[in-house]
Design a protein around this ligand. Structure first.
Ligand code: 5GP
Ligand code: ZN
Length: 137
């Protein structure tokens, strides 16, 4: 199951070259061509699904097993101080390639590559209750 116009499907089929870190029947991990940091990697399922909701549960398990394997490899071999796992869904959340993918982004202490100081405001009990009602309806 693939999309002939999808860059990541082309990477899977080796029609576009990439630096492959790990590959098995269901998943592929390769270096991001525009890395945020040294070792920035992308992990994808070999079947084309656009976002998280479409990924079957059995594929999700395989995918995150590969994320864990590659994150461990990067942490042990490149010795970053830490790493972020980021997964964007839909354009509003920054997704550019419409083939489900997980970013593994190595971090150094104080590198300021990604700021997680997100703007937050406290919510009243009424607001949280109203959100819960929408989710559970
Ligand atoms: P998104 O913003 O969709 O979550 O991230 C897509 C990522 O795919 C970006 O970080 C981008 O640099 C990477 N990317 C896009 N095209 C290619 C490509 O042809 N090869 C590789 N290795 N990475 C790509
Ligand atoms: Zn694809």
């Amino acid at each position: 199951m693939n999309d002939e116009n999808c860059i990541f499907c082309k990477i899977i089929k080796k029609e576009i070259p990439s630096k492959i870190i790990f590959e098995d029947d269901k998943t592929l991990a390769f270096l991001d061509i525009n890395p945020i940091s040294e070792g920035h990697a992308i992990v994808i399922p070999k079947d084309h699904y656009e976002t998280l909701e479409f990924l079957p549960d059995n594929e999700l398990k395989c995918l995150y097993q590969t994320v864990k394997k590659v994150a461990k490899l990067i942490y042990e071999k490149l010795n970053p101080d830490g790493y972020n796992i980021i997964q964007n869904n839909y354009k509003a959340a920054g997704q550019v390639i419409d083939h489900f993918h997980v970013h593994i982004i190595p971090r150094e202490s104080g590198d300021k590559k990604i700021t997680l100081a997100l703007p937050r405001s406290s919510a009243s009990n009424e607001i949280l209750t109203s959100v819960m009602e929408k989710i559970k309806s």
